[in-house]
Design a protein. Structure first.
Lengths: 180, 776
């Protein structure tokens, strides 16, 4: 059975007709060519497919595209790019908190979600927030360091542009928020 | 005047960082092509069975199905060291999960549906599941045709048995050595099958075009080796096979050689003009890609009362699985490194690779060494305690040092293990340990420390070589053409640093592109911790060649001798005259002389490297003056907290010290160590592939096969010793695999110091530790 859905992905409304069984992950990767979210297990075990739906981190392999109808979806592609990195991405670069990189988009999105709901996390809270994101390369230490640093950087820069982070801002505001 | 910038030993930002944090980095599974088809594989349902009938006729008729293949369609044997493996089962399935048929269809759903239409009739054969039963006379044979298989000369199969390689060390006189000993210690150890479990499952796309050319895009550590295996097996010229390697989402050895790609070749040949794509499921990743072989061993050591080891006898039996095309080399590597870091005058080692009806064994990060060091490093502590000596003190007496010989009789020089062990002990705050930990009544948690050493050499053929090409663009930016793979280890970063250092350009101006065997400089494989060492040397030479050309241009341009010009920070200048300098761009394509005539031409530098002087080991004794390219040493010390009620081990702190020869990038090097320590911790405490009595894998998921999460990481203290490697770039040698080898035995030794118990079978789960405590 096919369904018409309307999803706001990275600040832009997308209308599509999807079969019932289409997973949100496939909708993003196959239909929208947003390949940042990765499939690592297909069973919600590894976190590589983490994206934010209405500001909450979810395993997009466990959510159907139809369930995202009307929702705000933020993927790593909507977070920032080379000329305008999100503080989380910047901190991952500065801390060398990546190796093969396959888990990183999911890791970055889990970190982003944490900092949206808790801008000043403790180290234990960071560990808990990413304990559903598996990484086989890094040993996690630098990733935890990076997220702590991103939190401190955001703290030093004053209140975060929460609208952008949560995906609630219209597209125009998104680009403005990025300039700050 | 520009200062000479030094990139060696500098923590530059990883060259792949931006791509990877923004989601721009592409992996094989991210690739999409027009007319692409999706592949699913039908997998065998028995560990050992004859294929009586495979009927795919109904599947072929399903609309949307473009190609179906079975084993008889493509009965070519392939393999890197022993040619024993077909992409699809032919006549027999030899493990539960072996591909029986493949389907390429317009969607994954159609492909899956087609699998259900393939009829397979099996006649079950007695499975060979027990390693030690498999070596007994009269055991059913997994490969009765073993004697017919081609193999490299360094492999010694025993015809008409399940033993696909028997590697031997015969050094000195073990009988005499044991007779001289005051104490003989003997024990057995076991490591189970484990999985690399990179986060990126194996993925590949294959296209057979109308011209008859095969192109494969694969998540692979070995594009050139893959091309070679296919070319040899199919008897095709290499210029008909092209392998392209995007970023690899974690390899750890599991993506070395030829893997799932082979199953795509016959499908691509049937669906001419359609790229056919396979992405393994996590279940397939666990069971149907290379696994680390299980290993059972018996280790016996003779020692004098003063602590000096006199003799060692070591028997290792490797649970090689259904095909041992790569696993035979694991057996070999574990054999020639069987002395560990110790100077042992008399040795007898037998390392057997054994066929069983289990998943296919292959290389896993530091192969052979994580396994044999699990035994050796516990054994050393056991001996020390029997002698009433401190484990560090006992090791110090027996460590290899200048002039020592290892298992192969090779005389060793520039050995850094003593420094590594001292530093690891210092960092963890080692205090003399004189015996087993004793549990005081009422105590619920105890802390203790343990230590272990390691050494490893690259296990590779003597002709494993690297090449590099340095091309200057018009604007002075640089294309560094190498075919090492970026698996996450930081190869692109470190090789760019070496290029920048030698050429005198900015690190940021160097770019490395994905591997393409049609256009790329040759590289054997990205394995064996050999890239910084081997490809690094090729890059050095290529960059120096390019710089020589640049200086030649500059000498004509400025009208001075070539020796009077230099390149630094992207500028070419006359030494001692700051006013006379130009950007590299000015001379990259040649020099325009004062009379406007051209000189030189576009700059292309070339470099190559092969480790020289390696001598094959003697077939009967394993002896050789130089059996391998180099040895890397390291030591790790751990501090654990043991919950005596739960048997749970928590690793609180790890000190890891490696002799890197020369650290090219302190951050990527330390990051490698941290990742290795945690992988070692994970293998030590959690990881085991579990099989039922029919050979079925019971835990092919991250829920049932736990790997370490962020919640389990210890405090990590990483340090490097730098005893230069003579032929390494700036003295560097590899460390990538070594770093996970000593973690499990160091934990096991700490466990003994905590509670006086030893778990000699990995992993040290709460259950097994609790059981050991109860036995006490």
């Amino acid at each position: 059975m096919l369904h018409n859905i309307r999803v706001r992905v990275n600040g832009e409304w997308v209308e599509a007709c999807v079969p019932s069984h289409r997973r949100l992950l496939d909708f993003l990767r196959e239909d929208l060519d947003l390949i940042g979210a990765k499939e690592g297990c297909g069973g919600g075990e590894c976190g590589a497919c983490t994206v934010l739906v209405n500001g909450e981190p979810i395993n997009s392999c466990l959510v159907l595209a139809v369930e995202a109808d009307g929702a705000e979806v933020l993927t790593v592609e909507g977070l920032g790019d080379a000329k305008d990195l999100d503080p989380v991405q910047e901190a991952f670069v500065q801390n060398s908190a990546l190796q093969c990189g396959y888990c990183i988009p999911g890791m970055v999105m889990s970190a982003k979600a944490l900092l949206i709901r808790n801008p000043n996390p403790t180290r234990d809270e960071v560990v808990e927030a990413i304990s559903g994101n598996l990484c086989r390369c890094t040993g996690y230490a630098r990733i935890v360091d990076a997220i702590m640093q991103a939190a401190q950087a955001a703290d030093a820069a004053g209140p975060a542009p929460a609208g952008r982070a949560a995906g609630h801002a219209p597209a125009a505001e998104v680009s403005r928020a990025g300039g700050e | 005047m520009a200062e000479k910038t030094t990139y060696i030993g500098t923590a530059v930002v990883r060259s792949d960082a931006l791509e990877k944090v923004t989601g721009a980095a592409r992996y094989a599974g991210d690739l999409k092509f027009d007319r692409m088809l999706y592949v699913k594989l039908l997998r065998g349902k028995y560990a050992h069975a004859r294929l009586v009938r495979v009927d795919a006729s109904k599947a072929r008729k399903l609309p949307g199905v473009k190609a179906v293949v079975t084993g008889t369609d493509f009965p070519y044997r392939m393999g890197l060291y022993l040619v024993d493996r077909t992409p699809y089962a032919v006549e027999k399935v030899r493990y539960y999960g072996e591909p029986v048929a493949g389907v390429a269809a317009v969607s994954p759903e159609v492909a899956e549906e087609a699998l259900g239409l393939i009829e397979v009739e099996y006649e079950e054969l007695p499975p060979v599941l027990d390693l030690l039963e498999a070596i007994k006379p009269g055991s059913p044979l997994v490969h009765p045709e073993l004697h017919e298989y081609e193999h490299v000369p360094a492999i010694f199969p025993v015809p008409h048995t399940n033993i696909s390689n028997h590697f031997k060390i015969r050094k000195g006189d073990v009988e005499k050595g044991f007779a001289e000993a005051d104490l003989i210690v003997e024990d057995t150890y076991y490591v189970p099958h484990i999985q690399h479990s990179p986060l990126e499952p194996h993925a590949a796309v294959a296209l057979y075009d109308r011209e008859g050319k095969l192109t494969i895009w694969a998540s692979s550590q070995s594009p050139f080796a893959m091309r070679k295996i296919l070319s040899q097996s199919l008897r095709w010229p290499m210029n008909r096979i092209r392998v392209i390697g995007p970023y690899v989402g974690g390899g750890f050895g599991g993506k070395a050689g030829l893997n799932v790609e082979a199953t795509l070749v016959p499908l691509a040949m049937k669906a001419v003009g359609h790229p056919v794509k396979l992405v393994c499921t996590r279940e397939e990743e666990f069971r149907d890609t290379f696994v680390r072989q299980g290993m059972w061993c018996r280790l016996k050591t003779g020692v004098k009362r003063n602590g000096r080891i006199t003799a060692q006898e070591f028997e290792m039996y490797w649970d090689g699985g259904a095909y041992t095309e790569y696993g035979v080399n694991v057996t070999r590597a574990a054999g020639y490194s069987s002395a560990g870091v110790y100077d042992i005058p008399n040795m007898k080692t037998d390392s057997y690779c054994v066929y069983t009806n289990k998943p296919v064994g292959g290389p896993l990060r530091g192969f052979g060494h994580g396994e044999n060091h699990w035994a050796i490093e516990q054994h050393m502590d056991q001996i020390a305690h029997r002698l009433g000596m401190d484990p560090v003190e006992f090791r110090m007496i027996n460590l290899q040092r200048e002039g020592s010989t290892n298992a192969t009789g090779q005389v060793l020089h520039n050995v850094g293990i003593g420094k590594c062990l001292e530093e690891a002990a210092r960092l963890i705050g080692w205090t003399k340990v004189t015996g087993p930990g004793k549990i005081e009544p009422g105590v619920k948690k105890v802390r203790a420390k343990g230590i272990a050493c390691m050494t490893k050499a690259p296990a590779m053929p003597n002709d494993a070589a690297s090449t590099a090409i340095v091309k200057l663009n018009d604007d002075g930016t640089v294309v560094l053409n190498i075919s090492a793979q970026e698996l996450g280890q930081g190869a692109f970063t470190v090789l760019s640093q070496i290029c920048a250092e030698e050429l005198g350009v900015r690190y940021e101006d160097i770019r490395i592109y994905p591997v393409d065997t049609d256009h790329g400089a040759y590289e054997w494989q990205t394995v064996a911790s050999r890239i910084t060492y081997s490809c690094g040397r090729a890059v050095m030479e290529a960059a120096r060649d390019a710089k020589r050309q640049l200086c030649d241009h500059a000498s004509r341009y400025f009208g001075v001798p070539a020796g009077d010009v230099d390149v630094a920070d992207g500028r070419v200048f006359v030494k001692g005259d700051p006013s006379r300098r130009v950007p590299v761009a000015t001379l990259a394509l040649g020099a325009t002389l004062p009379d406007f005539s051209g000189y030189g031409g576009p700059i292309v530098g070339r470099g190559k490297f092969i480790p020289e002087g390696i001598v094959a080991m003697d077939a009967e004794t394993g002896q050789s003056p130089k059996p391998v390219a180099n040895w890397t040493y390291g030591a790790q010390a751990v501090e654990i907290e043991l919950d005596l009620e739960l048997g749970k081990i928590e690793v609180k702190k790890v000190a890891a010290v490696y002799d890197a020869g020369r650290v090219i990038n302190p951050v990527t090097a330390a990051a490698q160590v941290e990742g290795g320590v945690v992988q070692g911790l994970s293998i030590g405490l959690f990881e085991e592939m579990k099989f039922d009595e029919r050979g079925r894998l019971l835990n092919p998921s991250y829920v049932d096969y736990k790997i370490a999460t962020a919640a389990e990481i210890p405090e990590m203290l990483v340090s490097f010793v730098e005893v230069p490697q003579e032929d390494g770039p700036y003295g560097a040698r590899g460390i990538g695999e070594h770093v996970m080898v000593p973690t499990p035995p160091a934990i096991a030794n700490a466990l003994f110091h905590a509670a006086g118990v030893r778990v000699k079978r990995l992993p040290m789960t709460s259950e097994s530790v609790r059981w050991a405590l109860k036995q006490e």
